[in-house]
Structure formats: C-alpha cells, structure tokens
Design a protein around this ligand. Sequence first.
Ligand code: CA
Ligand code: CA
Ligand code: CA
Ligand code: CA
Length: 261
Amino acid sequence: MKRYAKTPIAIQNIVAFISVLVLIVCITNLTYAAREKQYVAKQISKFRPDGDISEWEHVEAVPFDQLKDAGNELPDPDDFTGSGRVAWSAKEPNMIYFLVEITDDILQNIHPANDKWWEDDSVEFMFDFDNTMVEDDLVQWTLGTEITEISAAASDDNTLWAISRTFNNYIYEVAIEPTAPRGPNPRNNTRGKDFKANDGLTIGFSFQMNDCENGVREHQIGWTAGRAWDPLNFGDLIFSKEYWGVDPSGKLTTTWAELKQ
Ligand SMILES: [Ca+2]
Ligand SMILES: [Ca+2]
Ligand SMILES: [Ca+2]
Ligand SMILES: [Ca+2]
C-alpha cells in the first residue's frame, strides 16, 4: 500500500518540477526577448545633438525599408527614404542616442504639436522597455520637422535634439531620456521611468517615419515590418559596453577606405 501511496506524490513532484522549469523558460524568454531583428547599440563618446554628425562615423545604419501602417508599396527613394542608428554612453545611462537621416521631397506640417502628429512628416521612436510585448505598455516619442513639433511622450524635459536640412535631406540627432517627465500623449506613462542602460540590457524597440503630403499620410516605413503598435513587430535593442569603431581588444577598426581619405 505504501508503494501506491507514494507514487502520486512522486508524480506531483515531477509535475511541480516541470512546471517550475516551464516558468523559468518563459521568464527567461521575456527578459532576453529574441524578436526577428536585433540591433546591438554600442557606446559612442562626446555625443552632441548639434547637427555635426562626426561622432556617428562608425555607427551601423539600418535602412527604413519596411512598410508599416501607410502605403501599399515602398516609396521611390526620391519621394521618401531613410535610415537610423542607435548608440549610448555609460556616462549618461538614462539616455539613448539616435541619428535618423531622411530624404523627403515635400514636407507637410499642418497640425500643431500633439495633434495628429502622425499625419505630419515625422519620426517615431517606440519602446517596449520591459519586454512585456503588450500594446498598452508601449511608449512612443514623435519628432516632427520643426524643433517645436514634439509629440506623444516627447517633451522638452526628456528629449534633446537637433534637425538640420540640406535640400531634401534631413538629419535628426536625438537623445531620449525615458526617466524624465513625459509629454501629454505617451500611451504608457510608467514603463521605462527607471530606465538605465547597461551592458547586455535588451528592450523592445522600433523606429519609423511618416511621409505626409497632399494633406494625408502617404507612407509609413521603418526598420521592422508590420503594424506600428504591435509589439511583436518590434526588434531587440541590445546595449553593449563596446564602442562603435573599436574592436574588443581596444583597436580602432578603421577601414582601408577611411584611411585613404
Ligand atoms: Ca553631433
Ligand atoms: Ca515625399
Ligand atoms: Ca513628406
Ligand atoms: Ca505638426
């Protein structure tokens, strides 16, 4: 009888053990999310949001070549195209740095800041700070084509930026500080308030641009494909203590092309 009495307990223990294993696997997946795309953000030194982009020379650029919420096909490069880069510095761990370069032939800005900002030419930075992959937890920064056009979570307190223009080319140099007070339309106003970048930290991230002309939004294109407010369409933004342009042994990874210049 004792043998029969013990068996259910043994099975219960095995079930409990497997349940804990499954839970650990689930938690691990949430913490170290592995979405379809990854961007490893390394450090840069002497970041200044001043329109001089020399500090970005070695930083990897990713093309905005994926369709999102507007447009049936990718626009012609003359009409609208762009790319983005990401970096950080352990000296300012509450900040994330961005460089976004855009070509757009016609600008539209017909709404004031924080009013239908997605229907004016603009850049969006979206975060899933805690990798919950829940839409209501997402936080969005939007920057328009004029320095006063700051919307969504973006505020004068949490965004340092410069925008410069040469013909149809626009350059955004941006520092976002998630811990600082937010604008009036952040979507989620609590996630990321304790943000602190460190080596190995992974958050969900997407950035994209709205191309508006003729009174409407004609295209939205970005780094990752699919609906902007679906966190499953985000990529992993992974922070690394390494420096852009410097290999792990400390040597400058200068290319032959750069040496010849
Ligand atoms: Ca600069
Ligand atoms: Ca255009
Ligand atoms: Ca436009
Ligand atoms: Ca506007």
